[in-house]
Design a protein around this ligand. Structure first.
Ligand SMILES: NC(=O)c1ccc[n+]([C@@H]2O[C@H](COP(=O)([O-])OP(=O)(O)OC[C@H]3O[C@@H](n4cnc5c(N)ncnc54)[C@H](OP(=O)(O)O)[C@@H]3O)[C@@H](O)[C@H]2O)c1
Length: 343
C-alpha cells in the first residue's frame, strides 16, 4: 500500500506535534515542510523538530515550489486562527489541486464570520478539484461535532449547554500565557482591551455549526469577552506562580439566541488550579442527554489526532470546502492510513 504523502504548512507548536506523530505512524510520509519563521526556513525538518537525526526535508517558505515538487495527497495547515489571514495560504494550496486539513479556528465553520471568503474558497476548491476542512479539538470536536452527534437520539431539542473546564497547569507555557495566568486583574483587563489576550477563538463557529446541523435559524450569536478567573489562594504550574487575587486563567461564554431565548450556551474555562477537569454536554429535550468526559480531553493530543484522523475522510470527500458536520462520523484511523482511503 502506498503511503499518503503529506506537506506540512506551518511547523510551529501544533505543526511540530503533528509531524512527530506522523513520523511514527504507518502509511504516511512527510514530503515537504513550509514555514516563514526565520529560525526555521532553510533548516532540515529534523533539526526544526529538535530530533537527533536529519530527515532530508528542508523547511521552505515557498509553498508553490514545494507542492510542485512533492505532489502530496494533502497539506496539513497550522499557521494561524483567522481566515482573512489564512485565505491566501489556503488558496495557494488549493490551486495546486492539493487537499487541505487546517487548524485555523475560523475555517471550522467560516460561514458565520467570513461567508464571502468561505464561498470563494469553496468555489476555488471545486474548480481545482481539492477538498478543504478546518478541524481540531475545539473548534472541530468537543463543543460542536460531539454536541451535534449527541442530539442524534433526541426527538426534541430545546436547549444545549456545553462546558469545557481545563486545568491549565498541565498545559504548555505559551497556552498558560495566552490565557493570562499569573497577571494582575488590571493587567488582564488591559490585555483584553488591547487584544493581547483574545480568549478562545472558535466559539462563534461552534455555535454556528450546531445551529445549522439542527436547522435552527439563530437571531443572534454573542461571544462575551473573556473574564479572568480569580485565584482564591496562591496556585502554580511548573512555570507560573499565581498569587491569590490574580488571574489564574480565563472563562469565556458564547450564546446563541432564537427570539431572545438562549438556546445554545458554550462555556469555556481554562485556568491554573481547576480542581475538576471535564467536557460536559447537556441537552434539554426529549430525552434529556447529560454527558461528561472526565478528565477533559487533552487539547494538544486531541488536536493532533483530529487532524490526522481526518486525512482519509478529506481525501475521500468530494471537492469543495467541508466542515465537520458534512463529513462521515469522525473516528480514529490507527491502522496504515491508506486502508481508510478509497482509491
Ligand atoms: N482547532 C483547534 O482545536 C486548534 C488547536 C490548536 C491550535 N489551533 C490553532 O492552530 C494554529 C497553529 O497553532 P500553533 O500553536 O502551532 O501556532 P504557532 O506555534 O504560532 O505556529 C505557527 C507557525 O506557522 C508559521 N506561519 C505563520 N504564518 C505563516 C505563513 N503565512 N506561511 C507559513 N508559515 C507561517 C509561524 O511562523 P512565525 O512564528 O514566524 O509567525 C509559526 O512557525 C493557531 O491558529 C492555533 O490557534 C487550533
Amino acid at each position: 500500500m502506498q503511503n499518503v504523502k503529506i506537506v506540512l504548512y506551518g511547523v510551529g507548536a501544533v505543526g511540530t506535534m503533528i509531524a512527530k506523530f506522523l513520523l511514527q505512524k504507518k502509511g504516511v510520509e512527510i514530503v515537504g515542510a513550509v514555514d516563514i519563521a526565520e529560525n526555521k526556513v532553510g533548516k532540515d525538518l529534523g533539526e526544526v523538530l529538535s530530533l537527533e537525526k536529519k530527515l532530508g526535508i528542508k523547511v521552505s517558505s515557498d509553498i508553490d515550489t514545494i507542492l510542485e515538487k512533492a505532489k502530496p495527497d494533502i497539506a496539513i495547515h497550522t499557521t494561524s486562527s483567522f481566515l482573512k489571514d489564512t485565505f491566501p495560504q489556503l488558496a495557494a494550496i488549493v490551486k495546486h489541486g492539493v487537499n487541505v486539513v487546517s487548524t485555523c479556528e475560523e475555517l471550522s465553520y467560516p460561514q458565520v464570520s467570513e461567508p464571502i471568503l468561505a464561498e470563494k474558497l469553496d468555489t476555488l476548491a471545486k474548480n481545482y478539484d481539492a477538498t478543504v476542512l478546518g478541524t481540531g479539538i475545539n473548534p472541530g470536536f468537543l463543543m460542536d461535532t460531539l454536541v451535534i452527534t449527541l442530539t442524534a437520539p433526541c426527538q426534541r431539542v430545546e436547549r444545549i449547554i456545553a462546558t469545557r473546564v481545563m486545568n491549565a497547569a498541565t498545559r504548555r507555557l505559551p497556552f498558560q500565557k495566552k490565557i493570562g495566568a499569573g497577571l494582575t486583574i488590571e493587567e488582564f483587563k488591559r490585555r483584553i482591551e488591547t487584544k493581547q489576550i483574545t480568549g478562545h477563538v472558535g466559539l462563534e463557529q461552534s455555535i454556528g455549526m450546531i445551529a445549522d446541523a439542527l436547522g435552527w435559524k439563530l437571531d443572534k450569536i454573542s461571544v462575551e469577552a473573556a473574564e479572568p478567573v480569580i485565584a482564591e489562594k496562591a496556585v502554580e504550574s511548573k512555570d507560573i506562580k499565581v498569587k491569590a487575587g490574580n488571574a489564574a486563567g480565563l472563562r469565556q461564554k458564547a450564546k446563541g439566541f432564537i427570539k431572545n431565548n438562549e438556546v445554545i450556551t458554550l462555556d469555556f474555562q481554562a485556568y491554573i488550579g481547576a480542581k475538576e477537569e471535564y467536557d460536559a454536554v447537556k441537552i434539554e429535550g426529549v430525552p434529556n442527554i447529560n454527558q461528561k468526559i472526565q478528565p477533559c480531553v487533552h487539547g494538544d493530543l486531541g488536536t493532533v489526532a483530529m487532524v490526522v484522523n481526518s486525512i482519509p475522510k478529506v481525501i475521500n470527500a468530494p471537492a469543495g470546502l467541508h466542515t465537520m458536520k458534512d463529513l462521515p462520523i469522525p473516528s480514529a484511523a490507527t491502522e496504515h492510513l491508506r486502508k481508510y482511503v478509497r482509491s
